[in-house]
Design a protein around this ligand. Sequence first.
Ligand code: AMP
Length: 360
Amino acid sequence: MKIGVIGGGQLGRMLALAGTPLGMNFAFLDPAPDACAAALGEHLRADYGDQDHLRQLADEVDLVTFEFESVPAETVAFLSQFVPVYPSAEALRIARDRWFEKSMFKDLGIPTPAFADIQSQADLDAAVASIGLPAVLKTRTLGYDGKGQKVLRTAADVEGTFAELGSVACLLEGFVPFTGEVSLIAVRGRDGEVCFYPLVHNTHDNGILRLSVASTAHPLQALAEDYAGRVLKQLDYVGVLAFEFFEVDGGLKANEIAPRVHNSGHWTTEGAECSQFENHLRAIAGLPLGSTAKVGESAMLNFIGSVPPVEQVIAIADCHLHHYGKAFKNGRKVGHATLRCADQATLQAQILRVEALIEG
Ligand code: AMP
């Protein structure tokens, strides 16, 4: 079976690493000459709107998936005429726009911060008056890793901020005084079968994920599964979906969903029976899903900007290096380490060792 992937970054690369043992081949469509997934499959180097190359991809592969959600709607619509596309155009439409996403949470009775659609500075002023400060202004589309958003704490922060974010459609959200951030990686097959991984505790720095730790018997697991299950059903979703939540007042508030494999699920490569990457491929290919059970205690630490010396990373017991083969650049995710340990105490000690390496 040949899988077409829109985007050729590290997520595409890790999908290919998981799918190759299943006998799958891969083709990646990505305009970047140095797309890091290209080492593991065919690279169609073209813009996402290039219909000649999209048609070539559709002719060559059995189905198409995505490694990022900001794919132009026309690209998805065009491909869908010729080849099955998972997740669907509708799932992407909702997930890549914070207004559609939060409106869906509200419609499905899933708690989420207060929010308002912002099309102008006047809209922003009115929304701040009703939602209050602090609040967070985010572009509706194309934001990632903390980009395209600003925390508003005082009236001075509000002035001129719509223009500062590019005068594009935005969403204002009430600031959530969360006690923690967790994510749930869910997978749904073409036949509607659903599986969930254990909730993951996430730590961000400047909006970029630094550390994910897989939980054991988290008290909010069932609630998170209930919320995610509603979304999967609503979207008739196929593939892996990541659901990010704020932990607040002993419950959960939905932050966002990602219609793809997710950074907070990277630990599953060594830390679960079947990784998120393999399960995404199983789901879209109509194969039986694999077990999402944890194997030992597991965590993931991102390497941002640079990867520490390889020999030092792999010298740490229980540590598995994932080097993306990308050029090092400030703020860019260029690799990660997964830890899989026998118990929590060892895991915490090994996290400190990897963090010490990162800090140099
Ligand atoms: P996002 O791109 O929406 O996932 O936001 C990136 C990070 O900013 C989140 O992981 C939180 O740490 C923080 N953040 C986003 N929205 C809010 C909010 N409404 N209240 C508090 N913190 C937030």
